[in-house]
Design a protein around this ligand. Structure first.
Ligand SMILES: [Zn+2]
Length: 505
């Protein structure tokens, strides 16, 4: 990889701040301060990085990160924005900043804003001025609006999904930023940068880099960055679950040779365009009923089904009851001939009812459908409390064995006080459950995490309704740019006319 041209030894002074969340505008869930881990000041923020940060003087202001969710409430956002802007303005009064690291995810939705990261970086630029070198390292599911591109000098993102290279990406982004900041502080040039937008929206479950075509597209990057004068090239898939004009794929490259940078960006953009119709789901898919039918009739045990439209890991509410109601309706499960586990629904009310009743007690519950009340809404059921627990990530939780009158059915439902993903064997064990102890296991997930993947003898991805519906055409986008794949049949191939450039002196 060709680094930016060698800089004289200047120890640059760098600000760090950011708000990192992936949030769907199609879920009724609203993310708020309580969903975030917030760090203040240099020491707390630097302790977030599990790598040795490059030599520089750092001024950390505020960093907030959350699990994927819904739109962030405006007051929380405006409060953090003011704290970041004021903190950076104060830092600049002490001594000028040479660089600023914008540590974000890139798919934050805030109530009333179409481009939250663009709004935040514009306010930050207002405080630090146009001369500071700004770098960002993002999730490949983030969006690169023209505003964000213009406000940043160096932009990079992950090259793997699942994101095994998240820290490696931030380390690379920070290292390149420190080098560029030192060089500009010594009177050198900023890197040249190029952006190509591609009107393609794809769900995460079609863009795993474990499978084609994403695998080969991302595998081209090392060859592009090895070219003389090219420092970094990135491909953002973009975020499909927000209805905003900025949501689309983006290719960004930067480096010292303008022609080489532009050519690398256009080349990768054309490679993506060539494969635009080749992205497929990571697993066989179907309606929930199709998947359940196959699971029950299969000899593979356990058979796992992903309730993908309500995956909290992508921003789903985590309480739609579509899958739960379909499980309850199956005669084989009601009769107890097939054992089934539904894990999990966030439902603080049912969870506290279970804890109040106590282990082994029986009672009436109304499960789920409180945040995302889409059909069929809260499900009334009678159940026995078979396990109780409390953990940091779930809050209180309970396992409920569903009853038909006083007779046990085959269905167990897990409810939690907090939105959570049941990805690990140890989480199941805390409630006395085994990942392999049921005929059919339904999880609110997209692609399975390693422990789940290992446990599942069979697996189907159910295209269920919800705030992160994998069938994008059902969501009802109305504000994205058109034409856009998959909503329109065809888009034109990118040309040199589509390359937006910046940087240099
Ligand atoms: Zn991501």
């Amino acid at each position: 990889m060709s680094a930016l041209a060698q800089s004289p030894t200047v120890r640059p002074r760098l600000g760090i701040a950011g708000i990192a969340i992936e949030s769907s505008t199609f879920t009724p869930y609203r993310s708020s301060e309580a969903d975030f881990e917030v760090r203040h000041g240099t020491e707390e923020i630097l302790s977030r990085y599990p790598f040795e940060v490059p030599e520089a003087e750092y001024v950390g202001v505020l960093h907030a990160r959350a699990l994927p969710g819904g739109q962030l409430d405006r007051d929380t956002y405006e409060g953090w924005k003011a704290e970041i802007v004021d903190g950076l303005a104060a830092a600049c009064e002490n001594a000028p900043l040479d660089g600023f690291f914008f540590d974000i995810h890139g798919a934050m939705s805030v109530v009333g804003l179409d481009d939250a990261e663009g709004d935040l970086i514009t306010a930050i630029r207002g405080a630090i001025g146009p001369d500071v070198v700004v770098g960002t390292a993002m999730d490949l599911h983030g969006n690169v609006s023209t505003t964000l591109f213009e406000a940043c000098d160096l932009l990079t993102c992950y090259r793997h999904a699942p994101h095994i290279d998240a820290w490696e990406t931030r380390e690379r982004g920070l290292r390149d930023l420190v080098e560029a900041s030192a060089r500009v502080a010594a009177g050198g040039e900023r890197p040249h940068k190029a952006l190509v937008h591609l009107p393609i929206l794809l769900p995460g479950e079609k863009t795993s880099t474990r499978i084609e075509p994403a695998k080969s597209l991302y595998a081209r990057i090392p060859e592009l960055t090895a070219r003389e004068g090219v420092t970094d090239v990135s491909y953002w898939i973009g975020f499909a679950w927000a209805d905003q004009p900025r949501c689309k794929a983006a290719i960004v490259a930067f480096g010292d040779d303008a022609d080489a940078v532009d050519a690398a960006a256009l080349e990768l953009a054309n490679a993506v365009w060539d494969k635009r119709h080749d992205f497929e789901f990571v697993a066989p898919t179907g309606t929930f009923d199709d998947c359940l039918e196959q699971a029950i009739s299969s000899s593979l045990r356990p058979f796992w089904i992903s309730d993908s439209g309500d995956n909290p890991g992508a921003g789903g509410a985590d309480d739609t009851t579509y899958a739960l109601a379909r499980l309850l309706d199956r005669p084989e499960i009601r009769a107890g001939e097939v054992s089934a586990l539904m894990v999990s629904l966030v439902d603080p009310e049912s969870t506290s009812t279970a804890h109040a009743l106590g282990m082994g007690a029986r009672g009436e519950f109304r499960v789920g459908g409180r945040i995302d009340a889409r059909e069929p809404g809260p499900v009334a059921l009678r159940a026995e409390v078979t396990a109780l627990d409390e953990a940091a990530n779930t809050g209180h939780s309970a396992a409920l064995r569903v009853l038909d009158g006083e007779r046990e059915t085959g269905l167990t439902v897990v409810v939690t006080a907090r939105r959570s993903q049941w990805a690990t064997r140890s989480m199941f064990a805390r409630l006395g459950l085994s990942m392999t102890g049921f005929d059919v296991v339904t999880v609110k997930m997209g692609y399975l995490e390693p422990d789940q993947y290992e446990a599942a003898a069979g697996w189907l991805l159910a295209l269920t309704p919800g705030g992160v519906d994998q069938d994008l055409r059902r969501l009802g986008h109305s504000r994205i740019d058109r034409p856009m794949i998959p909503f329109d049949a065809e888009i034109p191939a990118p040309t040199s006319e589509d390359v937006v450039t910046g940087g240099g002196r």
